[in-house]
Design a protein around this ligand. Structure first.
Ligand code: IPE
Ligand code: IPE
Ligand code: MG
Length: 258
């Protein structure tokens, strides 16, 4: 069951736009939410105001993905490299994550969203870790959209962690190293159990992956938009999905027409 992520229980779900083919939607959308700082600078505001506005864009996007029947949304909220930013910005972001999570948990629960946080969570402030644990547990049985928030996430670190976990199991005699295959490896990633993203959306025009889902994006279609993340709205999501539906996915093979 998929219901709207409503700010109030009465917010009606948005229907799927008629231009989209409901049978060919991506099952999993990955999202690099970039451009918050530039959005703020353009308005003469401190960078952190861009992050605050970015939260509203994420709520909008999650609600639309849920309403339109997309199965999973994985959003990049904080990378392992983002710790190099000025201390005040990092502190602001951690506090923002805490307050948003505390404030939105009830709505997530009500709307059947299953939230998970992917990344090296032990390095996060303990208050945030507690909120994450509570939100994950409280929404674990929900049958709506899978909402994955990558927090202190790095693709390389995730791959190294998977290799280390497999090596430890092999050393303990639980696993024969010769049996390690792609499926076994994928089971050690934070995204275990989730299908790979079909579509990656990156805002603010940057044409790079920035250490996001290095394994999982192997065959994702890429949609890069100039829209800055806080401005990302229904029209921008529709454009990304139309772009996706116009692609021919080949996965290294050939299509009937070629
Ligand atoms: C993305 O916006 C949010 C995070 C990385 C936390 P940025 O803060 O990177 O915004 P720009 O790229 O500086 O405009
Ligand atoms: C990617 O954006 C990380 C997140 C959106 C959390 P960055 O702004 O950190 O990436 P670069 O530095 O432009 O590659
Ligand atoms: Mg950026």
């Amino acid at each position: 069951m998929s219901r709207a992520l409503a700010t109030t229980p009465s917010t009606p779900p948005q229907p799927l736009p008629s231009q989209l083919d409901g049978t060919r939607l991506p099952a999993h959308v990955a999202l690099i939410m970039d451009g918050n700082g530039r959005w703020a600078r353009q308005r003469g505001l401190p960078r952190v105001m861009g992050h605050r506005a970015g939260v509203e864009a994420l709520k909008r996007t999650l609600r639309l993905c849920s309403d339109w029947g997309i199965g999973a949304l994985t959003a990049y909220a904080f990378s392992t490299e983002n710790w190099t930013r000025p201390g005040e910005e990092v502190t602001f972001l951690m506090t923002l994550f805490e307050s948003v999570l505390a404030r939105e948990l009830e709505a997530l629960e009500r709307e059947q969203v299953r939230i998970r946080f992917l990344g090296d969570l032990e390095a996060l402030p303990s208050r945030l870790q507690d909120l994450i644990a509570a939100a994950t547990a409280r929404t674990a049985v929900n049958d709506g959209i899978h909402f994955n928030v990558c927090t202190n996430y790095g693709g390389r670190r995730e791959l190294v962690r998977a290799a280390r976990r497999l090596a430890q199991r092999a050393a303990a005699g639980e696993l024969d190293a010769a049996t390690i295959d792609e499926a076994l490896f994928a089971d050690e990633l934070f995204t275990a159990g989730e299908v790979d993203p079909d579509l990656l959306i990156r805002t603010s025009g940057e044409q790079r992956i920035s250490n996001f889902l290095l394994w999982q994006l192997a065959y994702a279609e890429l949609h890069i938009t100039e829209v800055l993340w806080p401005d990302f709205d229904q029209a921008a999501l529709l454009a990304a999905l139309l772009d996706y539906q116009g692609r021919t996915r080949r996965f290294g093979g050939i299509t009937a027409a070629s």
